[in-house]
Each structure stands twice: as structure tokens, then as C-alpha cells.
Design a protein around this ligand. Sequence first.
Ligand SMILES: Cc1cc2nc3c(=O)[nH]c(=O)nc-3n(C[C@H](O)[C@H](O)[C@H](O)COP(=O)(O)OP(=O)(O)OC[C@H]3O[C@@H](n4cnc5c(N)ncnc54)[C@H](O)[C@@H]3O)c2cc1C
Length: 432
Amino acid sequence: MEKTIIIGAGINGLLLGALLANDGIHVTILEKNSFPGGRAFVYERGGYSMDYGVHLTRFGQKSALAKIMKRIGADVTFRKLGASYVVKENGEKLLFPTSPSGIFSSKMFTFSEKIRLISLLVKIKKGTFNNGFMDVSLEKWMTRTGITGGIRMYLELLSASAMVCPFVEITSSGEMFRNLHKVFSTGHSAEYLECGWKPVYESLARAIEKNGVIQYGTKADSVIIRNGKACGVTAGKKKFMADTVVINAPVQHLFRMLPKKLFDKKYVAQCENLVPTSGIFFDIALKKRIADCDGLLYTYNPITYGLITSNLCNELAPEGRQLLTMFYPTSIDDVRNTSMRKYRKQELWRAIKRYFPDIDDCILWKRESSLTMIDGAQININQTDDKRPGPVVPVVSNLYLVGDSIAAPGAGGDVGNESVLETYAAMTGITF
Ligand SMILES: Cc1cc2nc3c(=O)[nH]c(=O)nc-3n(C[C@H](O)[C@H](O)[C@H](O)COP(=O)(O)OP(=O)(O)OC[C@H]3O[C@@H](n4cnc5c(N)ncnc54)[C@H](O)[C@@H]3O)c2cc1C
């Protein structure tokens, strides 16, 4: 039986493993942690089931995640978000529109801006901007097009949330237009898994274990390469042999497992220098209910956003209690710098209080995470789909990559889920 080793039980290593096991390939997944999910792990404490930050899935039922789960016979369903809002620095709360009627009722725009925005979104839906614009920053595009006022604020908020890049001077406008085109043409935006992430991991483990194994607490040290071909992995004193090896770790960490000298310097630099998205998350377990809203809660100046996850999936918090997650996307430098990190955390805290001034009295416990890597790749003008490493590793045969830092369509986590389809196609020749 053909054997594949996957290094990493992140969501994308597991999705790929489940597809391969489903095809009758023997799959061994080596995971250094004692739990699945990598950056999308689920933390359970005192009846709360907490994602690492918010884990929304772009395009819901039309996502690569849904497609793959269906293929392995473990369909998933999603919950659409409810009304979203933005609170400005002066405390003014506005409806953040997610539909044409929302645009007309929101006070975010003047009347002429409403007409202009609708016409812009119609063009995006038609795919007018789907080709080109990849190297044009959103800032440049907005300046050229004369976008100001409410529309500018709207696009800045979308850049920060849909693209996880609040820096419009580098966000790729072409990538963002493609992303929005998919939202409008599928009718699905960011949605939440109806039963949370835990059942997804359970289904994937079941699918893999039918024809393989997930070995937790096993850190892969290096890929064994013989005659230019990957044929196994060393982990401590153990050797695991296989016909094919897949690395699910982010490409920035690739050369911890592969000898740099085998590869072109450009390829090494492309992997090592890839800029991830970064920021600060507060995940808050609340001892009482603070609000019924089930949409995104944005703030502007600074741009932060989040939601009460347990309002989308009741099982995530004990009865009468809630789970709130808020995110402040920042630069990697801010996260690395002690005083900036502290300052950004204070800003995020003040932003949360724009919505919930009395939140201090409702907190049971909270987790603060300052993360240098949220998504493997920031979708900026220097790192568009075509500029990231592909699923096939050069020079070494039978060696593949999967995950959210490689070349695949989309932004944020859906890059990773889409990469599973790309890697699976490269390995098996099968597309679906
Ligand atoms: C706080 C937070 C919030 C997020 N919110 C969203 C969201 O709302 N929507 C969205 O789409 N995306 C979101 N993301 C991004 C999403 O989590 C990632 O895109 C996704 O989890 C990446 O999965 P992956 O499998 O590609 O990589 P990873 O999760 O990084 O998985 C790699 C796995 O490999 C393992 N590993 C690494 N090296 C070794 C080794 N040497 N040996 C063995 N194992 C190894 C790691 O432990 C890990 O389990 C968020 C991320 C974070 C951190």
C-alpha cells in the first residue's frame, strides 16, 4: 500500500490526510503537539469551548473546507452572521452593511456615496476587476479612483477583516476584488461552523484512522532525502519511511527540516521572508450574557473586530454565559516590540469598551494572545498568490507542501483550505 507521511496535524494537514486516507493511501501524521488543529486548535475550560481567536470560514457552504468535508462523507453546515456594526472613535455606532438594503439604511455613507458604492459592488460582482490590479495597493487604487469618506472607511474595514491586512498601502486590491467577487457570486461571506470546530477534528481523525494514524507528541526533525527523493522523516531516534512526504508547517519554518544547501537561494528567501499576518486577540469567558448580537463588531480608529461566538453556536459556553473574541490586526513589528504590544493591548481594551463599557464586571477569565503569525501569508502586493511557493517542492521529488502560506487563492485561512485542493491535485492528479 502506498504510504504518505504528513508533518503537522494543523487543519490543512488533517484535511489532506483525510482525503488521501479516503483514497486508500496509508497516512501517518506526525504532530509535535498533543492535540490537533495547530493555529486553529480548540481550548476547553470550565464548559467553554474556545477557538484560538475567532475561526470564521470565508464562503461557508461554498468553501474549500465544506467541499473537502463533503468528499470524505462528513458534511458540515455553517451559520451566517447577523447584523454587523462599527463604532467610531467618537462613540457613534453605525450599521456595517452586508447587503444592498444595508447600504441604503446605514448612516456610514452620504446618499451619493451609497449610489457610488452600489455601482462599485455591481462591477466587483460582475468580475470587472478580477484580472490585473494584483500589484496595485488598495490605497493607490482608492486614490486613483477618488474614493473617500464612508466608502474609504468601508473598504479599509474590509481590508482589515476579509484580507486580515489593515495596511491599505500594501493590501493587494486585485486579491481583495477577487475575494469580494467570490462573496457576491456565491452569496456566502465569512460564516461560523454550526457546531464549532471540535466535531470537524473528530471527523477528520476518524477518516484518517480508517487508513492511518496520527502520532501526537512527535516532532519531525528532518526529511530523509535519498537520490533527490523524499523517502521518510526522522523524529528523535525514530525513522518513519514512506513513498511521499508532505510538510504542513508554515514555509517560514521549512528549512528547520530541509537542508538549505540543496535549494536555490531565491526559493529559500521566498519561504523564509514571507510576511505573515499578526495581531492581538482577547478571548473572554463571560459569566453572564452581555448582548444578543451575532454579527461582527468593528471599531474604527483603531480598526479592531470580533464577535460573541457563543451567540452563533450555543454549545461554546455554559447556559447563561457567553464567549467574546476581539481581534486587533497589527504589524509583526508591533507584536515583537514590548512597549508597542502593551500599547496595542490597551487600545484593544478601550475598543472593546466602546461596545461594552461595563465588561469588567462580567469577565470570568480571559486569554490574551499576541501573535506574530495568524495567517501564514499577508496578502500584500509582494505576496500575491502567484508570488508564493507552490505545493510541489523544487529539486526534491515526492515532497509537497500544504498550508496557509503557500500559493492558493483567497486570503487568511481559506488560502490553507484551498491549498489542500492544490496539493491533493499535484499528488494524485485528481481535481474535484
Ligand atoms: C488567533 C487566530 C485566529 C484566526 N482566525 C481565523 C479566521 O477567523 N478565519 C480563518 O480562515 N483563519 C483564521 N486563522 C488562520 C487559521 O488558523 C490558519 O490559516 C490555519 O489554522 C492554518 O492551518 P495549517 O494547517 O495550514 O497550519 P498550522 O495550524 O500552523 O499547522 C501546522 C501544524 O504542524 C505542526 N508542526 C510544525 N512543525 C512540526 C514538526 N517539526 N513536527 C511535527 N509537527 C509540526 C504544528 O504544531 C501544527 O499543528 C486564525 C489564526 C489564529 C492564530
